[in-house]
Design a protein around this ligand. Structure first.
Ligand code: VGL
Ligand code: ZN
Length: 201
């Protein structure tokens, strides 16, 4: 059984949003077309409380898009984004959610970031996504959405670690940094993920 994971297709990640991914909105029509081909469709939402520690504004003297060390882990600092209940945190209005059976929210702990839809960045807590997918008999996940070099990458990586086959649909994602995605892609391929276009096989 195959699941499609729609990662963080939220207003703040498309042009005009607080943490816009270049051409992030260009994938939405395709995500809608893809959904009927899957046994199960699940979405994730980046869902931070105000004052989240991944926001540059909570680290005086540090700018967005610079990296600091935070609790022993490298932490990229971001503009305030996807604050719980704000329009920026809402799913893109053109994304069809009729077939989305569940939405997993992440990044809710103010003290730790969470790129993956499965675990926070320290692998301290699960969102429950792995158990949910296993309970539905899913063996392979197809990962699409935003952003390729962060939340899509770490979701695919954790999917493999959780024992699922993982396929990233490369044309159904967009990156914050294309160079970052190329490095992430090499890592995923080395770990056994597949990177395909949504029209392949
Ligand atoms: C994301 C940076 C910060 C993502 C979320 O969805 O890729 N990136 N928070
Ligand atoms: Zn975030």
């Amino acid at each position: 059984m195959n699941a499609l994971l729609l990662i963080d297709v939220q207003n703040d990640f498309v042009p005009g949003g607080a943490l816009a991914v270049p051409a992030g909105d260009a994938i939405v029509a395709q995500l809608n077309e893809l959904q009927p081909k899957f046994d199960l469709v699940v979405a994730s939402q980046d869902w931070h409380p105000a004052g989240h520690r991944s926001f540059a504004t909570t680290h005086p003297g540090h700018a967005a898009f610079t990296e600091i060390e935070w609790q022993g882990r490298p932490q990229m600092l971001w503009p305030d984004h996807c604050v719980q209940g704000t329009p920026g945190a809402a799913l893109h209005a053109a994304l069809n959610t009729d077939r989305v059976e569940a939405i997993f929210r992440k990044g809710t702990d103010p003290a730790i970031d969470s790129y993956s839809a499965f675990f926070d960045n320290g692998h301290l807590k699960t969102t429950g996504l792995g158990a949910y997918l296993r309970g539905r008999g899913i063996t392979r996940v197809y990962v699409a959405g935003l952003a390729a070099d962060y939340c899509v990458y770490f979701t695919a990586k954790d999917a493999l670690a959780e024992g699922f086959e993982a396929v990233v649909l490369e044309d159904a994602t967009r990156a914050i940094s294309d160079a970052g995605w190329q490095a992430a892609k090499q890592d995923l391929l080395a770990l056994g993920a597949l990177v395909q276009t949504s029209h392949a096989g």
